[in-house]
Design a binder for this molecule. Structure first.
Ligand code: SAM
Length: 267
Protein backbone atom coordinates (compact mmCIF):
# COMPACT_ATOMS: atom_id res chain seq x y z
CA UNK A 1 0.00 0.00 0.00
CA UNK A 2 2.83 2.42 0.88
CA UNK A 3 4.36 2.10 -2.60
CA UNK A 4 1.14 3.51 -4.10
CA UNK A 5 2.35 7.01 -3.26
CA UNK A 6 5.60 6.51 -5.15
CA UNK A 7 4.68 4.50 -8.19
CA UNK A 8 1.32 5.22 -9.72
CA UNK A 9 0.41 8.88 -9.31
CA UNK A 10 2.00 12.26 -9.01
CA UNK A 11 1.63 13.63 -5.43
CA UNK A 12 -0.97 16.22 -6.47
CA UNK A 13 -3.21 13.61 -8.10
CA UNK A 14 -2.72 11.30 -5.15
CA UNK A 15 -3.70 14.09 -2.75
CA UNK A 16 -7.01 14.60 -4.58
CA UNK A 17 -7.61 10.84 -4.55
CA UNK A 18 -6.92 10.71 -0.81
CA UNK A 19 -9.54 13.42 -0.18
CA UNK A 20 -12.09 11.65 -2.42
CA UNK A 21 -11.52 8.24 -0.79
CA UNK A 22 -11.68 9.87 2.66
CA UNK A 23 -15.02 11.46 1.79
CA UNK A 24 -16.30 8.10 0.63
CA UNK A 25 -15.15 6.41 3.87
CA UNK A 26 -16.66 9.25 5.91
CA UNK A 27 -20.04 8.83 4.22
CA UNK A 28 -19.96 5.04 4.70
CA UNK A 29 -18.92 5.21 8.38
CA UNK A 30 -21.34 7.96 9.38
CA UNK A 31 -24.16 6.22 7.52
CA UNK A 32 -23.47 2.92 9.31
CA UNK A 33 -23.26 4.67 12.72
CA UNK A 34 -26.52 6.48 12.04
CA UNK A 35 -28.21 3.19 11.06
CA UNK A 36 -26.91 1.39 14.15
CA UNK A 37 -27.99 4.28 16.40
CA UNK A 38 -31.49 4.32 14.91
CA UNK A 39 -32.13 0.57 14.84
CA UNK A 40 -30.51 -0.50 18.11
CA UNK A 41 -30.86 2.58 20.33
CA UNK A 42 -33.67 4.52 18.72
CA UNK A 43 -31.49 7.63 18.47
CA UNK A 44 -31.83 9.93 15.46
CA UNK A 45 -28.14 10.83 14.97
CA UNK A 46 -27.41 14.29 13.54
CA UNK A 47 -23.80 15.17 12.83
CA UNK A 48 -22.70 18.82 13.17
CA UNK A 49 -20.96 20.02 9.98
CA UNK A 50 -17.70 20.90 11.73
CA UNK A 51 -17.54 17.41 13.26
CA UNK A 52 -17.86 15.86 9.78
CA UNK A 53 -15.15 18.16 8.42
CA UNK A 54 -12.89 17.27 11.33
CA UNK A 55 -13.44 13.55 10.63
CA UNK A 56 -12.67 14.10 6.92
CA UNK A 57 -9.44 15.86 7.94
CA UNK A 58 -8.51 13.03 10.30
CA UNK A 59 -9.26 10.20 7.85
CA UNK A 60 -7.36 11.85 4.97
CA UNK A 61 -4.35 12.51 7.22
CA UNK A 62 -4.23 8.88 8.39
CA UNK A 63 -4.78 7.63 4.83
CA UNK A 64 -1.96 9.78 3.45
CA UNK A 65 0.41 8.37 6.09
CA UNK A 66 -0.74 4.79 5.39
CA UNK A 67 0.04 5.06 1.68
CA UNK A 68 3.45 6.59 2.38
CA UNK A 69 2.98 10.21 1.30
CA UNK A 70 5.61 12.61 2.64
CA UNK A 71 4.85 13.72 6.20
CA UNK A 72 4.08 17.33 5.24
CA UNK A 73 1.21 16.11 3.08
CA UNK A 74 -0.38 14.91 6.33
CA UNK A 75 -0.53 18.54 7.54
CA UNK A 76 -2.04 19.66 4.24
CA UNK A 77 -4.65 16.91 4.36
CA UNK A 78 -5.51 17.82 7.92
CA UNK A 79 -5.80 21.58 7.55
CA UNK A 80 -7.22 21.82 4.04
CA UNK A 81 -10.79 20.61 4.82
CA UNK A 82 -10.87 22.63 8.05
CA UNK A 83 -9.64 25.79 6.30
CA UNK A 84 -12.16 25.28 3.49
CA UNK A 85 -14.96 24.92 6.05
CA UNK A 86 -13.91 28.00 8.02
CA UNK A 87 -13.60 30.13 4.88
CA UNK A 88 -16.98 28.91 3.67
CA UNK A 89 -18.52 29.87 7.00
CA UNK A 90 -16.97 33.37 6.78
CA UNK A 91 -18.71 34.02 3.47
CA UNK A 92 -15.56 35.38 1.86
CA UNK A 93 -16.38 37.09 -1.48
CA UNK A 94 -15.70 34.77 -4.41
CA UNK A 95 -13.45 37.34 -6.11
CA UNK A 96 -10.91 36.80 -3.30
CA UNK A 97 -10.73 33.11 -4.20
CA UNK A 98 -10.25 34.02 -7.85
CA UNK A 99 -7.37 36.38 -7.04
CA UNK A 100 -5.79 33.79 -4.72
CA UNK A 101 -6.19 31.12 -7.38
CA UNK A 102 -4.61 33.28 -10.09
CA UNK A 103 -1.65 34.30 -7.90
CA UNK A 104 -1.07 30.69 -6.85
CA UNK A 105 -1.43 29.51 -10.43
CA UNK A 106 1.18 31.93 -11.76
CA UNK A 107 3.55 31.00 -8.93
CA UNK A 108 3.12 27.24 -9.09
CA UNK A 109 1.44 26.37 -12.39
CA UNK A 110 4.52 24.59 -13.69
CA UNK A 111 5.17 22.64 -10.48
CA UNK A 112 2.77 19.92 -11.54
CA UNK A 113 4.97 19.25 -14.56
CA UNK A 114 8.44 20.01 -13.20
CA UNK A 115 7.98 18.69 -9.64
CA UNK A 116 10.00 21.73 -8.52
CA UNK A 117 8.03 24.20 -6.39
CA UNK A 118 9.08 27.78 -5.69
CA UNK A 119 10.86 28.41 -2.41
CA UNK A 120 13.68 30.91 -2.11
CA UNK A 121 17.20 30.29 -0.84
CA UNK A 122 18.69 32.50 1.86
CA UNK A 123 21.47 35.11 1.82
CA UNK A 124 23.85 32.71 3.62
CA UNK A 125 23.55 30.40 0.58
CA UNK A 126 24.22 33.22 -1.91
CA UNK A 127 27.31 34.23 0.06
CA UNK A 128 28.75 30.71 -0.11
CA UNK A 129 27.95 30.42 -3.82
CA UNK A 130 29.69 33.75 -4.49
CA UNK A 131 32.82 32.33 -2.82
CA UNK A 132 32.75 29.35 -5.20
CA UNK A 133 32.80 31.43 -8.38
CA UNK A 134 36.35 31.33 -9.73
CA UNK A 135 38.34 34.39 -10.85
CA UNK A 136 39.24 34.68 -14.52
CA UNK A 137 41.15 37.46 -16.27
CA UNK A 138 40.65 36.75 -19.99
CA UNK A 139 36.83 36.57 -20.22
CA UNK A 140 33.89 37.03 -17.85
CA UNK A 141 32.75 33.94 -15.98
CA UNK A 142 29.23 32.99 -17.14
CA UNK A 143 26.89 32.07 -14.29
CA UNK A 144 23.26 31.00 -14.37
CA UNK A 145 20.69 30.24 -11.69
CA UNK A 146 18.44 27.62 -13.28
CA UNK A 147 15.05 28.22 -11.72
CA UNK A 148 15.83 31.74 -10.55
CA UNK A 149 12.57 32.40 -8.66
CA UNK A 150 12.33 36.05 -7.61
CA UNK A 151 15.90 36.65 -8.74
CA UNK A 152 17.61 37.39 -5.43
CA UNK A 153 20.45 34.94 -5.92
CA UNK A 154 21.35 36.21 -9.40
CA UNK A 155 21.12 39.87 -8.36
CA UNK A 156 23.33 39.22 -5.35
CA UNK A 157 25.95 37.49 -7.50
CA UNK A 158 25.80 40.24 -10.14
CA UNK A 159 26.44 42.82 -7.41
CA UNK A 160 29.24 40.90 -5.73
CA UNK A 161 30.95 39.90 -8.94
CA UNK A 162 30.58 42.66 -11.54
CA UNK A 163 33.33 40.90 -13.51
CA UNK A 164 30.91 38.00 -14.23
CA UNK A 165 27.96 37.68 -16.57
CA UNK A 166 25.03 36.56 -14.44
CA UNK A 167 21.73 35.17 -15.70
CA UNK A 168 18.62 33.60 -14.26
CA UNK A 169 16.02 31.52 -16.04
CA UNK A 170 12.61 30.86 -14.55
CA UNK A 171 9.74 28.79 -15.90
CA UNK A 172 6.90 30.26 -13.81
CA UNK A 173 5.65 33.62 -15.16
CA UNK A 174 4.94 35.51 -11.93
CA UNK A 175 8.34 34.98 -10.23
CA UNK A 176 10.05 35.71 -13.54
CA UNK A 177 8.08 38.97 -13.94
CA UNK A 178 8.95 39.99 -10.38
CA UNK A 179 12.66 39.26 -10.97
CA UNK A 180 12.62 41.13 -14.28
CA UNK A 181 11.00 44.24 -12.76
CA UNK A 182 13.23 44.14 -9.67
CA UNK A 183 16.36 43.89 -11.81
CA UNK A 184 15.27 47.08 -13.61
CA UNK A 185 14.35 48.90 -10.41
CA UNK A 186 17.64 48.01 -8.68
CA UNK A 187 19.61 48.50 -11.92
CA UNK A 188 21.03 45.00 -11.54
CA UNK A 189 23.31 43.63 -14.21
CA UNK A 190 21.66 40.23 -13.85
CA UNK A 191 19.59 39.21 -16.89
CA UNK A 192 16.40 37.22 -16.41
CA UNK A 193 14.62 35.15 -19.01
CA UNK A 194 11.31 33.30 -18.92
CA UNK A 195 11.80 29.71 -20.00
CA UNK A 196 12.76 26.15 -19.27
CA UNK A 197 16.40 25.51 -18.35
CA UNK A 198 16.11 22.12 -20.05
CA UNK A 199 16.06 23.99 -23.38
CA UNK A 200 19.35 25.80 -22.63
CA UNK A 201 22.75 24.73 -23.83
CA UNK A 202 24.76 24.29 -20.62
CA UNK A 203 27.96 24.61 -22.66
CA UNK A 204 27.38 28.38 -22.52
CA UNK A 205 28.00 28.55 -18.77
CA UNK A 206 30.98 28.16 -16.44
CA UNK A 207 28.95 28.00 -13.22
CA UNK A 208 25.45 26.58 -12.94
CA UNK A 209 23.52 26.97 -9.71
CA UNK A 210 20.45 24.85 -9.07
CA UNK A 211 17.99 24.83 -6.18
CA UNK A 212 15.43 22.42 -7.56
CA UNK A 213 14.08 19.18 -6.06
CA UNK A 214 15.09 15.51 -5.84
CA UNK A 215 12.82 14.78 -8.82
CA UNK A 216 14.95 16.95 -11.12
CA UNK A 217 18.46 15.86 -10.14
CA UNK A 218 19.10 12.80 -12.31
CA UNK A 219 18.01 14.54 -15.51
CA UNK A 220 20.01 17.60 -14.50
CA UNK A 221 23.11 15.47 -14.12
CA UNK A 222 22.64 13.81 -17.51
CA UNK A 223 22.33 17.23 -19.14
CA UNK A 224 25.30 18.63 -17.23
CA UNK A 225 27.46 15.67 -18.24
CA UNK A 226 26.42 15.92 -21.87
CA UNK A 227 26.83 19.68 -22.25
CA UNK A 228 29.00 21.33 -19.61
CA UNK A 229 32.65 21.85 -20.49
CA UNK A 230 35.52 20.43 -18.47
CA UNK A 231 36.45 22.78 -15.62
CA UNK A 232 32.98 24.27 -15.25
CA UNK A 233 31.06 23.71 -12.02
CA UNK A 234 27.58 22.59 -11.09
CA UNK A 235 26.33 23.69 -7.69
CA UNK A 236 23.17 22.37 -6.08
CA UNK A 237 21.68 23.59 -2.85
CA UNK A 238 20.04 20.99 -0.64
CA UNK A 239 19.64 18.24 -3.25
CA UNK A 240 22.45 15.91 -4.24
CA UNK A 241 22.64 13.63 -7.25
CA UNK A 242 22.10 9.96 -6.43
CA UNK A 243 25.33 7.95 -6.81
CA UNK A 244 27.39 10.91 -8.03
CA UNK A 245 29.85 11.98 -5.36
CA UNK A 246 30.36 15.76 -5.31
CA UNK A 247 33.89 17.17 -5.10
CA UNK A 248 32.79 19.43 -2.28
CA UNK A 249 30.00 19.58 0.27
CA UNK A 250 29.61 22.85 2.10
CA UNK A 251 27.56 23.24 5.26
CA UNK A 252 25.63 26.49 5.39
CA UNK A 253 24.74 26.23 9.07
CA UNK A 254 24.37 23.58 11.73
CA UNK A 255 20.89 22.44 10.74
CA UNK A 256 20.59 23.92 7.24
CA UNK A 257 20.95 21.83 4.07
CA UNK A 258 24.30 21.67 2.26
CA UNK A 259 25.70 23.00 -0.97
CA UNK A 260 26.96 20.27 -3.30
CA UNK A 261 29.63 21.09 -5.86
CA UNK A 262 30.57 18.96 -8.87
CA UNK A 263 33.59 19.94 -10.93
CA UNK A 264 32.82 18.74 -14.43
CA UNK A 265 35.45 16.43 -15.84
CA UNK A 266 36.65 15.33 -12.41
CA UNK A 267 34.19 12.46 -11.92
C1 SAM B 1 13.36 26.18 -5.09
S1 SAM B 1 13.08 27.50 -6.20
C2 SAM B 1 14.65 28.29 -6.18
C3 SAM B 1 14.59 29.78 -6.49
C4 SAM B 1 15.94 30.47 -6.56
N1 SAM B 1 16.89 29.76 -7.38
C5 SAM B 1 16.51 30.69 -5.20
O1 SAM B 1 17.58 30.10 -4.92
O2 SAM B 1 15.94 31.42 -4.39
C6 SAM B 1 13.07 26.60 -7.75
C7 SAM B 1 12.56 27.42 -8.91
O3 SAM B 1 12.86 26.71 -10.12
C8 SAM B 1 11.80 26.94 -11.03
N2 SAM B 1 11.86 25.88 -12.04
C9 SAM B 1 11.49 24.60 -11.88
N3 SAM B 1 11.70 23.89 -13.01
C10 SAM B 1 12.22 24.77 -13.91
C11 SAM B 1 12.63 24.65 -15.26
N4 SAM B 1 12.56 23.48 -15.90
N5 SAM B 1 13.13 25.74 -15.88
C12 SAM B 1 13.20 26.93 -15.23
N6 SAM B 1 12.80 27.11 -13.96
C13 SAM B 1 12.32 26.05 -13.30
C14 SAM B 1 10.57 26.94 -10.16
O4 SAM B 1 9.48 27.60 -10.79
C15 SAM B 1 11.06 27.68 -8.92
O5 SAM B 1 10.83 29.06 -9.00
Amino acid sequence: MRSLAKIHFSPAVLAVLVQVVSLFLLIVFTFIFALVATFFFGIDLKYPLFFLVFLQALISTVLSRLIGMASWWGWIHFFFPIAACVMFAWNIPKEIYLVGFLVTLSLFWTTFRTQVPFFPSRPSVWQQVAKLVPLRQDAPIRIIDIGSGLGDMSMYLAKQRPDCRVEGIEIAPLPWLVSFIRAHIYRSAAAFSLGDYRQLNFANYDVIFAYLSPAAMLDLWSKAQAEMSGGSILISYEFDIPNVIPQRQISIGTQAPKLYVWEIGNQ
